[in-house]
Design a binder for this molecule. Structure first.
Ligand code: SF4
Ligand code: SF4
Ligand code: FES
Length: 244
């Protein structure tokens, strides 16, 4: 996404934004807006905010932190999923097309219904489970054990990976998708968790796990540079080793 024109202060950029208000019963449209670059390093979220605050306060989208931490402003930008708050306008091809994350039903404009996504996340019991008595102080890990969680704990559940996965579009009712599987691996790899057997048993399923066909869209879409494909392969390996 770096083939667009240079955007200097005072220039005007053009955005085509998906608009849909299901309760009004009208078809979705792409609406054109123009925004003036008013600061250097302007991000896409700044442009959305400018439209909402100065042109059309009915434009609806999610955002909170503005810093790539909360994961709430995942959208499809010129055909690629990403977080609006950390996507520089500089270099984006114009008109910049902004649509909701694909494969989810739209509540309004850029806001999608994440209920199923978070139900899937809950299904892997994303918390530490132990059977041995709780230690008096913290659960200890060696530096090496802690290192195992790198590349997993950083996931902010934005959904950019899952909604770019063709297997999830087609079988999202049963396939857990890359985000949930990466999170599942986060607990499988955690030396302090004592439910590994149950977790692997739960995931060993033709649909939940094995619908991943290694298309790797997920990896390319992740704004935190995580690798769900690798996490999925680690789960598959753990299942094989458990039997071996
Ligand atoms: S690697 Fe697997 S999870 Fe990732 S996009 Fe492809 S099918 Fe989906
Ligand atoms: S793996 Fe990356 S893209 Fe997927 S939900 Fe986590 S942070 Fe978002
Ligand atoms: S607003 Fe929080 S990640 Fe973008």
């Amino acid at each position: 996404m770096t083939d667009g024109p240079t955007t200097t202060l005072g220039t005007t950029i053009t955005l085509d934004i998906f608009r849909y208000h299901p309760e009004q019963g009208k078809k979705p449209i792409m609406q054109r807006f123009h925004v003036t670059i008013n600061k250097s390093g302007m991000k896409l979220l700044d442009a959305l905010n400018s439209i909402k605050w100065h042109q059309d306060n009915t434009l609806t989208y999610r955002r909170s932190c503005g810093e790539g931490v909360c994961g709430s402003d995942g959208v499809n930008i010129n055909g690629v999923n990403g977080l609006a708050c950390i996507t520089p306008i500089e270099g984006l091809k114009q008109p910049i097309e902004i649509r909701p994350l694909p494969g989810m039903s739209v509540i309004r404009d850029l806001v999608v219904d994440m209920t199923h996504f978070f139900d899937q996340y809950r299904s892997i019991k994303p918390w530490m489970q132990t059977t041995t008595p709780t230690p008096e102080h913290e659960h200890l890990q060696t530096p090496r054990e802690r290192q195992q969680l790198n590349g997993l704990y950083e996931c902010i559940l934005c959904g950019c990976c899952t909604t770019s996965c063709p297997s999830w579009w087609w079988n999202g009712d049963k396939f857990l998708g890359p985000a949930t599987l990466l999170q599942a691996n986060r607990w499988i790899q955690d030396s302090r968790d004592e439910a590994t057997e149950e977790r692997l048993e739960h995931l060993e399923d033709n649909f939940k796990l094995y619908r991943c066909h290694q298309i790797m869209n997920c990896m390319q879409a992740c704004p935190k540079s995580l690798n769900p494909t690798k996490a999925i392969n680690e789960i598959k390996r753990a299942i094989v080793e458990r039997k071996g």
